[in-house]
Design a protein. Structure first.
Length: 173
């Protein structure tokens, strides 16, 4: 036992103690590394790729998805522009006027209808009914101005169309 009390023995005991602490520390680190690898397998699967490689792959997939979404958004913007251009030519304003063209008390069978787009361009159709005949007239309107002279009823149809719906029972004839 006198060898352990000598300087060489004390150094040997201290080195043994440090070795035991290092061994315990390496066991703790091995257990933690095993847990980290288990967690990595849960995230990465059973592949051989490490976390950095997995992150790089995710970044590439995200960029590809982002590029795809940008392409789809550009395509949808183009389709929306086309739809808006088509809608600009759709009927946006309309009104119908019924009247008795010949003052015969025939039940207001004559009509004038204004159909205009958002630029106030379109047409006015008038159907004039008499007891034994009916005539149909069409007049073009460009930006709110008729190309031919309008009857008072046709002018009223355009005015009502551009005003929008009335709050009472409807347009007066």
């Amino acid at each position: 036992m006198h060898n352990l009390t000598s300087t060489a023995g004390i150094v040997a005991l201290a080195a043994g103690g440090v070795a035991v602490v290092a061994l315990l520390f390496s066991i703790v680190l091995a257990v933690r590394l095993h847990r980290v690898r288990t967690d990595q397998h849960a995230i990465l699967g059973e592949g051989t790729e490490d976390l950095v490689g997995h992150a790089a792959t995710l970044q590439q997939h995200f960029q590809a998805l982002n590029d795809y979404v940008q392409d789809i958004a550009a395509e949808l913007n183009g389709r929306m522009d086309t739809a808006e251009q088509r809608l600009a030519h759709a009927v946006a304003y309309s009104a119908l006027i019924r009247y008795d063209a010949y003052g015969e008390m025939s039940g207001r069978q004559s009509t004038s209808i204004a159909l205009l787009d958002a630029r106030r361009t379109g047409l006015v159709l008038s159907s004039i009914h008499h007891r034994d005949q009916a005539r149909l007239y069409a007049k073009q309107v460009r930006e709110g101005r008729p190309e031919l002279e309008l009857s008072p009823e046709e002018s009223e149809a355009i005015r009502l169309a551009l005003e929008g719906p009335r709050s009472d029972d409807g347009p007066a004839a």
